[in-house]
Write a protein that binds this ligand. Structure first.
Ligand code: SF4
Ligand code: SF4
Ligand code: SF4
Length: 362
C-alpha cells in the first residue's frame, strides 16, 4: 500500500479543496467571553446580553455536522477563551468522535491538571497558547490579572504531557516595555513560537479602538527583526518545496478579482454569534452569512463566491511590491469594504520586504 506523510496529505487536501471549493478547515470562535481582560483584545465582550446570544453546544455541533458532511477535516477552536464555553467538552468530544483534527487556542489558564488529563485521552493535533507577559507586572498590565505563575506552570504541564505546543505572542502598546523579554521567555520553553506583528480592528461592541493599542511601524519592524533573530525562520529546501507544491516559475499577476489566500476557498470561520466569514475578523461588511439561518451549504457557497469576486484595490495593480505582497482585507480593516488600502499596513509590508531584500544582499 502506498503511504504518504501527514504533510503531503495536508498539501494534497488543500490543493484539492481549493480546486473544488471544499470547506476543509473551519475556525470556530466558541465564545467572546474570557477569564482575562486584555486591553488590546479585539473580541472580548463583557455585556451580560452576550450570554443570551451565544450558541449552545448543540447549535455548534449542528453547524459542525453540516461542515463535516461538506468535507471539513480540521478545526481551530478559539474564543475569547474556548475552554470557558459551558459545552466545550461536548463539542470537543463530538469532533474527536468524527475524526476531525483539532487545534485549540487558549490563554493557558485552564490548562490545569484536570483538563490536561481529559485532553490527553484524545489529544488535540496542537495547542496554541498565548503569552502576554514575562512576569507578574507585565501580566497585570496587559491582561488585568496576575496569572504569570499559573500560565507558566500550565505551559510546562502541556509540554511534559507531550502535547504539540506553539506559544503565540501578540505585541501591543501595552506590552511594549516587556516585548523583548516576553519573546526571550517564550524561547526558554524550547517549543515553536509565533510572533504576530499585525493587530486587527476590535469588534465595535468591545468598546476598544485599535489606535489605542497599535504600535508605530518602526517598533513593529524592530520586533519583527528581533523575533527573526530569536526564532530564525526555517525554510523548506527548494527540492522538497518543488516536490510538494510543484515548480513555481512565476507568481501569477494580480487578477482583477479574487484573493490568493485560503479564506473562503478552503477555510471558513464561524464567530461566537453564529456569523460565517471567510476567516476570523474578515470585515463583515464585505460578506457575512448565518449557517443556522441560511443553511451551511448556502452560507458557504455565498462566502466562496464573495471571495472569488472580491476586487483587489486598484492601487495594488500598479504597486511595485505586488509580486510579494498579498492584499489581505482583514489587515486593511475598514478600508477593505471600499476596496482600498490602509497606508500604514502598506508601509509596514513595503519596509519589511525592503529589509528582507537587503538581508539577502548582505
Ligand atoms: S486572553 Fe485572548 S481572548 Fe482573552 S481577553 Fe486576552 S486577548 Fe482577549
Ligand atoms: S503594499 Fe499595499 S498597494 Fe502594494 S500590493 Fe501590498 S497591499 Fe497592495
Ligand atoms: S487574515 Fe487575510 S490573508 Fe489570512 S486568511 Fe484572512 S484574508 Fe486571507
Amino acid at each position: 500500500m502506498k503511504t504518504i506523510t501527514h504533510k503531503e496529505f495536508g498539501v494534497l487536501l488543500s490543493q484539492n479543496s481549493y480546486k473544488n471549493d471544499i470547506p476543509s478547515s473551519g475556525h470556530f470562535e466558541l465564545t467572546p467571553l474570557c477569564n482575562l481582560d486584555c486591553k488590546m483584545c479585539y473580541v472580548h465582550l463583557q455585556d451580560s446580553s452576550v450570554r443570551k446570544k451565544m450558541l449552545t453546544g448543540k447549535q455548534w455541533i449542528s453547524i459542525m455536522e453540516e461542515a463535516v458532511n461538506h468535507g471539513m477535516t480540521g478545526v481551530l477552536l478559539t474564543g475569547g477563551e474556548a475552554l470557558t464555553h459551558p459545552d466545550f467538552w461536548m463539542i470537543y468530544e463530538y469532533l474527536i468522535q468524527k475524526g476531525v483534527e483539532i487545534r485549540l487556542k487558549s490563554n493557558g489558564i485552564l490548562l490545569n491538571k484536570e483538563n490536561v488529563e481529559r485532553l490527553s485521552k484524545y489529544p488535540p493535533a496542537g495547542i496554541d497558547i498565548s503569552l502576554y507577559g514575562c512576569d507578574s507586572e507585565s501580566y497585570m498590565t496587559v491582561t488585568g490579572k496576575d496569572v504569570y505563575d499559573i500560565v507558566s506552570e500550565n505551559v510546562k504541564r502541556c509540554i511534559d504531557t507531550g502535547f504539540n505546543i506553539r506559544l503565540m505572542i501578540t505585541p501591543s502598546a501595552y506590552m511594549m516595555p516587556w516585548t523583548d523579554r516576553v519573546m526571550e521567555y517564550a524561547k526558554s520553553f524550547g517549543v515553536p513560537v509565533v510572533v504576530n506583528t499585525l493587530l486587527i480592528d476590535a469588534y465595535e461592541e468591545s468598546g476598544r479602538e485599535k489606535a489605542d493599542f497599535d504600535l508605530p511601524v518602526e517598533e513593529l519592524l524592530r520586533i519583527r527583526k528581533k523575533s527573526n533573530e530569536l526564532f530564525p525562520p526555517k525554510y523548506m529546501p527548494k527540492e522538497e518545496e518543488e516536490r510538494l507544491y510543484g515548480k513555481v516559475t512565476k507568481r501569477p499577476d494580480i487578477s482583477e478579482k479574487g484573493l490568493y489566500c485560503s479564506a473562503g476557498r478552503t477555510c471558513f470561520a464561524v464567530c461566537w454569534d453564529g456569523a460565517m466569514l471567510p476567516c476570523l475578523s474578515f470585515p463583515r461588511d464585505i460578506i457575512c452569512k448565518y449557517p443556522l439561518v441560511d443553511g451551511f451549504e448556502t452560507a458557504w457557497k455565498q462566502i466562496n463566491q464573495a471571495v472569488k469576486n472580491y476586487e483587489v484595490p486598484k492601487k495594488c495593480h500598479s504597486c511595485e511590491y505586488n509580486t510579494k505582497c498579498h492584499y489581505c482585507p482583514t489587515q486593511h480593516g475598514k478600508y477593505s469594504s471600499n476596496n482600498q488600502c490602509d497606508a500604514k499596513v502598506c508601509e509596514f509590508w513595503q519596509r519589511l520586504y525592503d529589509w528582507h531584500d537587503k538581508l539577502k544582499e548582505d
